[in-house]
Design a protein around this ligand. Structure first.
Ligand code: AP5
Length: 212
């Protein structure tokens, strides 16, 4: 089974949803830069204050900040059987920095059309509990009790960057900065593209096949 896996795809493609399943069903450690930054914002740390100024508009947090954050995190984990990188790398510079830390085995790229991405993000609800971070959709992946997380019971919330205007900017930022990573991992012969639409469990079956 592949151990070091990068999840690629535009905002709303399902990286968090599939990453969470890889974590709970197959025991991978999931490192989500978005979750780490949102926790820093909630805790009011210096990193959080800085990150918020970028995240609120849908821009990327500067490379040096993110690379430093991830390097520390990877080194603090020591030797682990497998890591899922969710939301990192997001630029070629970040991918090159990751390659210096460890060998990426596979980049899983989720392909979803823009119209569906906008609809998904504006109807997403997230769990704020740092040890849970589950994600839901009001229609396609609704919680059993409206407004409450199935896993930990926390009150669900709508992310500030899931408002329609910010979502459009995030898609543009993705095209300009992150889309080139498809070429980067294609050149490295490490990419597998999976259609990210349809039943979430059926997509997970394809994910499991790809990581075998
Ligand atoms: P981050 O939190 O990483 O956001 P993102 O990449 O924009 O990704 P999302 O979390 O929005 O989407 P996702 O692909 O995980 O989709 P999900 O599974 O939730 O980053 C946020 C911000 O932090 C960035 O804008 C930037 O400012 C900063 N940042 C983070 N990392 C950075 C980095 N490396 N460098 C610089 N800055 C960084 O699914 C979305 C919705 O769709 C959910 O409601 C879900 O239930 C639903 N859904 C999932 N699958 C399906 C399906 N098959 N059918 C129907 N609905 C589905």
């Amino acid at each position: 089974m592949k151990s070091m896996i990068v999840l690629l795809g535009p905002p709303g493609a399902g990286k968090g949803t599939q990453g969470e399943k890889l974590q709970t069903e197959l025991g991978y450690i999931r490192l989500s830069t978005g979750d780490m930054l949102r926790e820093a914002v909630r805790n009011g740390t210096e990193l959080g204050k800085l990150a918020k100024t970028y995240m609120d508009s849908g821009a990327l947090v500067p490379n040096d900040v993110i690379i430093g954050l991830m390097k520390d995190k990877i080194q603090s984990l020591g030797k682990v059987p497998g890591i899922i990188f969710d939301g990192f790398p997001r630029t070629v510079e970040q991918a090159e920095a990751l390659d210096k830390e460890l060998d990426v085995d596979l980049a899983l790229n989720f392909d979803v059309a823009d119209g569906e991405l906008i609809e998904r993000l504006t109807q997403r609800r997230s769990c704020p509990n740092p040890s849970c971070q589950a994600v839901y959709h009001l229609v396609y992946n609704a919680p059993k009790v409206a407004g409450k997380c199935d896993k930990c019971g926390s009150e669900l919330y709508q992310r500030d960057d899931d408002k329609a205007e910010t979502v459009k900017n995030r898609l543009e930022v993705y095209r300009k900065n992150t889309f080139p990573l498809i070429g980067y991992y294609t050149d490295a012969k490490k990419i597998c593209t999976i259609p990210g639409t349809g039943d979430i469990n059926a997509i997970f079956e394809q994910v499991k096949k790809a990581i075998q």
